[in-house]
Design a protein around this ligand. Structure first.
Ligand SMILES: *Cc1c(COP(=O)(O)O)cnc(C)c1O
Length: 426
């Protein structure tokens, strides 16, 4: 039935029967493989969003789908009322992979953030000695951490907050990439944690000073405050290292072996590419001194850590190492920014390119509320490349990390040609 439906009909169905909480680009996808997706009519596109960096390993990676199929026919869900033969194996694998003593698996990114907030608060009361209900967590302006009631309570995005109150208290907002503001906020003895994205993806791939993350972590440590890194979008090779908190180290993805450049967060939150887009898997990692505040009955999830998720996640993380995706992202990212930089010098329509690895964005030279970025994305779609505007007039470019150099050049050609055409049209 799906095959005989036109794109127009498919869009009408979503518009008629679905809640209108998204504004998708007018393209209806029905198949994906590697860096490509196809619409119903069979037109092929480069995917330059990768489902917000969930598909770092490429669409329908055979190793990941193989693990999914095999486990789906064996055992899918036990709940945590019982042990499973997959969960412990995954927990050993994930803790060794990322260099932590404990892991707590959840499903969506927002659940991971909620889990980190709960662990941080409980640690604040039980280990730091903060008085009941007084704990605060420092967050940054323009953050994006998900969509639950508590998380939107500390969003700067009016659309995400308005009419969803009463909002959850206990969060202090400071400017991003501002060490002095953090120093000031850390003076409050009731602060239990600092929750931050190493690069603000949704805000428009806002990339802080190279020293920001390390300095922030050092300040937190001095104040006995937990440094919580939300790497749901930046993590798992996207920015050219296994984690963005690795910075520019040359550790080939084994960040824990490079203590000089690696900032180890007290709590690390992962999601998205944990499963290569095959299944919702998120995880919170911390050492025993923090994670042991959770005891039976204090936190849980019916699906969190299910056997299917565990097997898919191990396969997805294997692919990242086997195919050296961090190295590829780092190398291709340099080429991409170099080409865009040269191109930008020749056009008035684009102001700058920024980012790290294959998490990049171009800033359109127009007012924030103009539709230029959207219109360029529609034109890019017509030319065979899918990207989506993010906050204001910014276009994020985040292809799957399995891309080849030749494909990347092909994509740069499409982007340059499209913007050039757009400029001529006026
Ligand atoms: C996507 C994202 C989330 C939320 O993840 P969901 O799976 O959509 O709940 C949280 N933080 C960051 C940085 C993200 O990019």
């Amino acid at each position: 039935m799906i095959k005989t439906m036109s794109s127009k009909e498919a869009m009408e169905l979503e518009n008629k029967y679905g809640a209108h909480n998204y504004h998708p680009l007018p393209v209806v996808l029905s198949r994906g493989e590697g860096v490509f997706v196809w619409d119903i009519e069979g037109k092929k596109y480069y995917d330059f969003l990768s489902a917000y960096s969930a598909v770092n390993q490429g669409h329908c990676h055979p190793k990941i789908i193989g693990a999914l199929k095999e486990q789906a026919e064996t055992l899918t869900l036990t709940s945590r009322a019982f042990y499973s033969d997959a969960l412990g194996a995954f927990q050993k694998y994930a803790t060794e992979y990322f260099g932590f003593e404990k892991v707590l698996p959840m499903n969506t990114g927002a659940e991971g953030v909620e889990t980190a907030i709960k662990v941080c608060r409980k640690w604040g009361y039980e280990k730091k000695g903060i008085a009941a209900d007084q704990a605060k967590i420092i967050v940054c302006e323009q953050n994006f951490h998900g969509r639950t009631t508590t998380i939107v309570s500390f969003s700067s995005d009016e659309g995400a907050r308005r009419n969803f109150g009463p909002l959850t208290p206990g969060f202090v907002k400071i400017p991003y990439n501002d060490i002095e503001a953090l120093k000031e906020a850390l003076k409050d003895p009731n602060v239990a944690g600092f929750l931050v994205e190493p690069i603000q993806g949704e805000a428009g791939v806002y990339t802080p000073a190279d020293t920001y993350i390390r300095e922030a972590a050092t300040l937190c440590k001095a104040s006995n405050v937990l440094f919580i890194a939300d790497e749901i979008q930046t993590g798992i090779a996207r920015t050219g290292s296994l984690l963005a908190v690795c910075g520019n180290c040359s550790c080939e993805g084994n960040c824990e072996r490079q203590p000089a450049t690696y900032t180890k967060p007290d709590i690390l939150i992962l999601g998205k590419a944990m499963s290569g887009g095959a299944y919702p898997v998120s995880a919170v990692l911390a050492d025993d001194r923090i994670m042991d505040v959770l005891t039976p009955g204090t936190h849980g999830s019916t699906f969190g850590g299910n056997p299917l998720a565990c097997k898919v996640a191990m396969a997805a993380l294997d692919v990242v190492k086997d195919e050296k995706l961090a190295q590829n992202a780092r190398q291709l990212g340099v080429i991409f920014r170099e080409r865009m930089g040269k191109f930008i010098a020749t056009t008035k329509l684009v102001k700058m390119v920024r980012g790290k690895g294959l998490l990049n964005a171009i800033l359109i030279n127009d007012t924030e509320d103009s539709s230029t970025a959207w219109d360029i994305c529609v034109a890019l779609k017509d030319n065979g490349l899918l990207a989506k505007p993010t906050h204001g007039n910014i276009i994020r470019f985040a292809p799957p990390l399995v891309m080849t150099e030749e494909q990347l050049h092909d994509c740069c050609d499409i982007i340059e040609k499209t913007i050039r055409e757009f400029e001529l049209k006026g």
